[in-house]
Design a protein around this ligand. Sequence first.
Ligand code: MUC
Ligand code: MN
Length: 369
Amino acid sequence: MIQNIEVILADVPTIRPHKLSVATMNTQTLVLVRVVCADGVEGWGEATTIGGLNYGEESPESIKVNIDTHIAPLLIGMEASQVAKAMAKIRKIIQGNRFAKCAIETALLDAQARRLGIPLSELLGGRVRDALPVAWTLASGYTAKDIAEAETMLEKRRHRIFKLKIGARPLAEDVKHVLAIKKALGDAVSVRVDVNQAWSELEAVQGIAALEAGGVDLIEQPVRAENMAAMARLAQRYAVSIMADEALHGPQDALAFANASAADVFAVKITQSGGLIPAAQVATVAQLSGVSLYGGTMLEGGIGTAASAHLFSTFADLSAGTELFGPLLLTEEVLQTPLVYKDFMLHVPTGPGLGVDIDMDKLARLRRK
Ligand SMILES: O=C(O)C[C@H]1C=CC(=O)O1
Ligand SMILES: [Mn+2]
């Protein structure tokens, strides 16, 4: 039986300012959900977002209020092992709130996998790989700093795929910045850009042409999420891969995008999709439609990152890799044992459930009072 649901906010400084076209992050607010069951089993989930309300329509504070006030009371007393039944009730009664739903579903699935003594990946259909390629985002705002950061990552054998955040500055400046980094890092390295919706279609036409010619591999969400028609025109116009991110709010959007041939790659995010199961459906739609997959992040800490890793380990195709580096952007680790990043890969935990555990003393110090 589901006995208690607690939502914890913890503000953790980032290792350096992280500059996106929609926000500059100096801290990340972890939104953690703890579900306690009557049989003594506990599950954890995460609903972390980026930049308060700058990126998505749920804020850390709204997620906490909505779970505490509207979602938890619907679940208390329900059978904890019947995760699908619990989630069907929430999805029927509660509109929107995909991040909140994701955290709840993750915690219930974590608890159930622990109960069964199996890794979460096995409850999600079974892993086909034990380690995931993991990109790093260069977003200091300075070209020379970004190049030095990338070189350190290459030396440490931590990352060899780099995503650059652009769209805040004039197009010509952004193009110059990206091409300077690509030139410095060379052909053995994959350089990608994320515009976070900042360009008009005309800017995208001009920007993508220059970036493609300079050897950039992938263009993420160049135009507004709502503008599926522009995404389709860009995807058809250019050979370089066009990826949808903010446009995908679950399986229904994925189906519309696939039907419109509006992206070459989908960034699958468990929170944006509304949970692990809907995120798996987004991946299924992609695979049935010939769209490639990328494992996305909302820069979550260890819980959300582990949950995402378990799901992405089950994807038959993961040709664009992942960006599950969230915990590495933070100055504080909330897990008892950190996730393993080695030889350009994130290793998927092997223990029961998420296979990671919260350091409760650490969290007690970090949590918002
Ligand atoms: O992809 C996004 O839009 C959000 C996020 C993921 C990595 C990163 O640096 O920012
Ligand atoms: Mn993105």
